[in-house]
Design a protein around this ligand. Structure first.
Ligand code: PMM
Length: 273
């Protein structure tokens, strides 16, 4: 098994969308988005994930031209002013290709190669790709998700996508996987996956990114609205680090930086003594 990471990386979320579930509308203007990106970098983000299409449950698809109009100027501007690598959160190969030209180095694909050209685009650019598990599409994924063995099925799909990415020429070290918390999963499915991160790491053989930030399963557990889920997020992030996550995707970078620092120190100590 791969050794646990010395340090859990933090992916900061920068949504340039009017309708994302937790921060939609705040960064519509390029200037505001660039300012927020600089702030995330200053707070300690290791990578900044720029997204132009909301994938919240029930969200309608955004036309590709609109997605490009939202993300390209932000990526271009941010690439010039921050040192941390930039990621583009997209399911479309053409958007990924243009984003990589504009300065992104990571493609965060929540459809795990749903676009047949995605792996080729990432391979050609030498980009890192995140393959995230989603059951169904954002428009209908929460309708009635069912699994016989959620952990086994998610691991199996991710391992299959990893193989396709490798076959298309993406370097093995450049493939990350993500169980897709909240994407076509009930509360019980989400909790089962979060409790099984060590198994997901072993069965996929890839570095693991996990996104729990402010998500609705935290609302279901605490009864709190999106704006009050930072403590719930901290609890879930701590469990992700304990479970061997290689990276966590979060909105509240400054707060989660501290959580991750503390958890990493404890984890390292367990490895050494
Ligand atoms: N969650 C959202 C969007 N993109 N990408 C990855 N890899 N993992 C996630 O859990 C994930 C994602 C949910 O929407 P948000 O951007 O508003 O948090």
């Amino acid at each position: 098994m791969r050794p646990l990471p010395e340090r859990t990386l933090i992916m900061g979320v920068l949504n340039v969308t009017p309708d994302s579930f937790s921060d939609g509308g705040a960064c519509l203007e390029v200037e505001a988005a660039v300012r927020r990106g600089r702030e995330l970098a200053a707070q300690g983000a290791d990578v900044i994930d720029v997204g132009g299409e909301s994938t919240r449950p029930g969200a309608a698809e955004v036309p590709p031209e609109e997605e490009l109009r939202r993300v390209l100027p932000v990526l271009e501007r941010l690439a010039a002013v921050v040192d941390v690598p930039l990621s583009v959160d997209t399911r479309r190969a053409e958007v990924a290709r243009r984003a990589l030209e504009a300065g992104a180095r990571v493609v965060n694909d929540v459809s795990a190669l749903g676009d047949p050209r995605m792996a080729q685009v990432c391979a050609a650019a030498g980009a890192t790709v995140v393959l995230m598990h989603m059951r169904g599409r954002p428009a209908d994924m929460q309708a009635d998700p069912r699994y016989d063995d959620v952990v086994g099925e998610v691991a199996g799909l991710l391992a299959g996508a990893r193989e396709r990415a490798r076959r298309e020429g993406v370097a093995p070290g450049s493939i990350w996987v993500d169980p897709g918390i909240g994407f076509g999963k009930t509360l019980a499915h989400n909790l089962a996956l979060l409790a099984a991160l060590p198994r997901l790491r072993v069965e996929t053989g890839c570095p693991l990114l996990v996104g729990v930030s402010r998500k609705s399963f935290l609302g279901a557990l605490t009864g709190r609205p999106v704006a009050e889920r930072v403590h719930g997020t901290a609890g879930a992030v701590a469990m992700c680090v304990a479970g061997g996550a290689d990276a966590v995707r979060v909105h509240d970078v400054a707060e989660m930086r501290d959580v991750v620092k503390v958890c990493d120190a404890i984890r390292r100590s367990a490895n050494r003594n």
